[in-house]
Write a protein that binds this ligand. Structure first.
Ligand code: URA
Length: 241
């Protein structure tokens, strides 16, 4: 069955103004579907197949947007916050009308790969604990990292609340101090990476997410910048569905 959407919702999502503004555009006869002017803004149109024009110009419409952000430290992974800047404030103007939200959370001081989308289904699947989507972090700690620590992380450590973490992949990048580790985990407990190292008696002094699933952070994205996912990256994420 073809996917349909109300004309006013479609045009609002494509950035043509509020529902009220769109309603009056429709009433003025400025909006056509498949070449004929329409007068009902509640009309359902096929998101693929029907052609919609406003003032004769085709409406390029995409229901879902997927952005990869290189999150900088200092902003929070939320859609609204009373005190702090949010990652949504970094979104360029041309994406603002899509109702984007971050897929999961990175701490305020954590940098790196954060997905922003308006695809609730995909976000839900990527975060579902039973899907075990791996997340890789570059971790810098204030102590020396030894082989026994890596073995511990690999087997699972006991967090401050008694939870034993699932097996992780821990690769030594620098023994230090400061020690540097690439850590891949398949779960996402609150402050998980920091608490895993805390369990080893270390403090995380820098944390960056470098990959989600098999999709790495684009090294060409500087801090605070974002770009749309490539079709290949999106395909990779959709494998979890
Ligand atoms: N683990 C943490 O401790 N913080 C993050 O931001 C992400 C994972």
């Amino acid at each position: 069955m073809k996917k349909t959407m109300r004309l006013d919702k479609l045009l609002a999502a494509a950035g043509y103004g509020s529902r009220k503004e769109i309603k009056s555009m429709v009433r003025e006869g400025l909006v056509s579907v498949n070449g004929s002017p329409v007068n009902d803004s509640a009309l359902h149109v096929a998101t693929e197949g029907d052609s919609v024009t406003v003032n004769g110009s085709p409406v390029s419409f995409r229901e879902f947007i997927y952005l990869m952000l290189n999150k900088p430290a200092g902003c929070v992974s939320a859609t609204f916050d009373n005190r702090d800047n949010t990652v949504l404030e970094l979104v360029p103007e041309n994406y603002r009308h899509y109702e984007l939200f971050p897929v999961g959370r990175l701490d305020k001081d954590t940098e790196g790969l954060l997905l922003l989308t308006n695809d609730g289904k995909l976000a839900h699947e990527l975060l579902a604990p039973k899907k075990h989507v791996p997340k890789t972090y570059f971790v810098r700690v204030d102590k020396m990292v030894e082989d026994q620590h890596l073995k511990h992380l690999a087997k699972g450590v006991i967090l401050d609340d008694g939870y034993k973490t699932k097996p992780a992949v821990a690769k030594l990048l620098a023994a230090g101090p400061p020690g540097e580790v690439a850590l891949t985990i398949v779960e996402g407990k609150f402050h998980q990476v920091k608490r895993m190292f805390k369990a080893l008696g270390m403090n995380v002094i820098y944390l960056q997410r470098t990959a989600m699933g098999r999709v790495p952070l684009d090294p060409a994205l500087s801090l605070g910048m974002m770009r749309e996912l490539t079709p290949e990256e999106l395909k990779e994420f959709k494998k979890t569905l």
